[in-house]
Design a protein around this ligand. Structure first.
Ligand code: NAD
Ligand code: ZN
Length: 357
């Protein structure tokens, strides 16, 4: 048996108002005059949070466009712009949802690794540690704050830069930052966490480490989306920890069918991760009967819309592309269906699944 020796986030700070300590946290990580680069979700341009970013000297705030999920070309262009302007930087700080945090991780790595980020999409391809990087979530659910990947859409595939160099050196978990997220978005991203839990807890890779985090995260999701009648500060506190715990759970297990299928959707149709997972999970009774039942209850209780019939007008070629992207995710399928997954999931069955979405 060869156990995975996995790299975790370096430092964690949790609490309402923790964002105020960012300046102090960055100080010992500043290298001479080299600037800190803040990649801030474009939603915050002109908002109060942007004014609280402790930029000084040559530091730069870049409001990143997260209308689409991060592309390798976008990562490459930010990294080359920074190299041209500054030579080297002290660090890259991502402030936003999973997209802004993933951009920060990837740009940090591309400051020191040659070529294009597309060259590193896969498992353990990154050669050198990146520059110092910190992540500050403003939406809870993806677990991107703790994961060893940064999910990118490249010219050929949607796949993460999975490596021991990918996790953040520092994360700041401040639930105040998620307070004003729109209800639908908060639900879709929150359900990403719920789905992580179900996929991890029912998967064949499960062990006590993953289970202990997965069960706690699932309990927190239920407290927020099933038990509570309205959203309050405590909901933000709980969901932020659910996201972290859910991320820790999949770190030592894996996600499953919903993620494998939704990767195809987002590659072809540009559907974002949270909502894409919801669209897929809604149709996965055959794989996750109890989880899907509870999911439908939460959708109804929280009065959210899950789009239907999104694959109605696709061509054979388009279905094939989604199937290709999905089947690349071998560890996800193996976790969900076991070692012999290829006997259980083939192109035909997957096509029928996509047709139902
Ligand atoms: P997101 O980062 O794509 O943001 C969704 C929308 O919410 C954007 O319009 C953004 O501007 C807005 N937003 C963010 N914070 C807000 C706030 N506090 N108030 C109002 N609006 C706010 O959404 P997400 O679901 O957090 O992240 C999805 C991304 O994360 C995808 O790109 C996905 O691939 C990635 N992801 C990564 C991992 C990982 O382990 N690295 C895991 C899961 C998902
Ligand atoms: Zn996810």
């Amino acid at each position: 048996m060869n156990f995975r020796n996995f790299k975790m986030v370096g430092y964690v700070i949790y609490g309402r108002g923790a964002f105020n300590q960012l300046d102090e946290i960055l100080l010992p990580n500043r290298k001479g005059g080299a600037p800190m680069i803040f990649l801030v979700d474009h939603f915050f341009e002109g908002k109060e949070l942007a004014k609280r970013v402790p930029a000084k000297g040559k530091d730069k705030i870049i409001f990143v466009d997260v209308t689409y999920e991060p592309k390798t070309s976008y990562v490459d262009s930010i990294a080359s712009q920074l190299k041209e302007e500054f030579g080297s930087v002290s660090g890259v700080i991502g402030i936003g949802g999973g997209s802004a945090m993933d951009l920060a991780k990837a740009v940090s790595l591309m400051m020191t690794n040659p070529g294009s980020s597309a060259d590193y999409q896969g498992w353990d391809l990154v050669k050198c540690p990146g520059v110092y990087k910190a992540g500050i979530p403003t939406l809870s659910g993806t677990g991107a704050e703790v994961s060893r990947t940064t999910v990118l859409t490249g010219p050929e595939k949607k796949l993460g830069m999975n490596s021991d160099f990918t996790p953040f050196d520092q994360i700041i978990l401040d639930p105040e930052l998620t307070a004003n997220a729109p209800v639908n978005q908060r639900f879709y991203t929150g359900m990403d966490c719920y789905i992580h839990c179900i996929e991890s807890l029912t998967g064949t890779y499960l062990n006590e480490f993953s289970k202990s985090y997965g069960e706690k995260a699932l309990q927190l999701c239920r407290e927020v989306y099933v038990n509570k009648d309205s959203w309050d500060e405590e909901s933000d506190d709980k969901l932020m920890m659910a996201s972290y715990d859910g991320g820790m759970s999949i770190a030592y297990s894996q996600v499953g069918v919903a993620h494998a299928v939704s990767y195809g959707l987002s590659y072809l149709l540009g559907i974002k991760h949270g909502i894409g997972n919801c669209i897929v999970f809604n149709q996965l009774e055959e794989f996750y009967p109890e989880g899907v039942r509870e999911f439908k209850y939460m959708v109804e209780k929280n009065q959210v819309d899950i789009p239907r019939n999104i694959c109605a007008n696709l061509t054979d070629e388009q279905f094939d592309k989604m199937i290709d992207v999905s089947l690349v995710m071998k560890p996800l399928w193996e976790n969900a269906l076991g070692k012999d997954w290829e006997k259980l999931m083939n192109r035909d069955r997957l096509r029928k699944l996509y047709e139902r979405l």
